[in-house]
Design a binder for this molecule. Structure first.
Ligand code: SF4
Length: 102
């Protein structure tokens, strides 16, 4: 049974890798093409959508060595992603960044 306190991982979080292509080969036409090189795709997605008050440390540690970190953060800011860790930042940190950017 699923835990109701857990933020559900959105079904559209990742586009099907078969559709996107293989790691290292990105399509210019697909806005989510950077996700083929997303490190978190190879890990536990639940760590990136922790329950309220849950630890984000593990997800952020993975983001630190992710080569598409800036693409990921840009995407989250442009698309106003409200939930989860994107580009190494939590929802609150992204909100702050957006405020500071004016
Ligand atoms: S920066 Fe983090 S959340 Fe974004 S793709 Fe990389 S590992 Fe995933």
């Amino acid at each position: 049974m699923s835990d109701p306190s857990q933020t559900p991982v959105p079904g559209n979080w990742f586009v099907d890798p078969v559709f996107l292509g293989v790691p290292g080969v990105r399509s210019d036409e697909e806005v989510l093409a950077w996700q083929v090189d997303a490190l978190c795709a190879q890990t536990d997605p639940e760590a990136f959508f922790p329950e309220k008050g849950g630890s984000t440390r593990e997800a952020k540690r993975i983001c630190e060595s992710c080569e598409v970190r800036s693409e990921c953060l840009d995407y989250a800011l442009e698309n106003d992603e409200r939930f989860g860790i994107w580009g190494g930042l939590s929802e609150r940190e992204r909100r702050r960044l957006r405020r500071e950017a004016g």
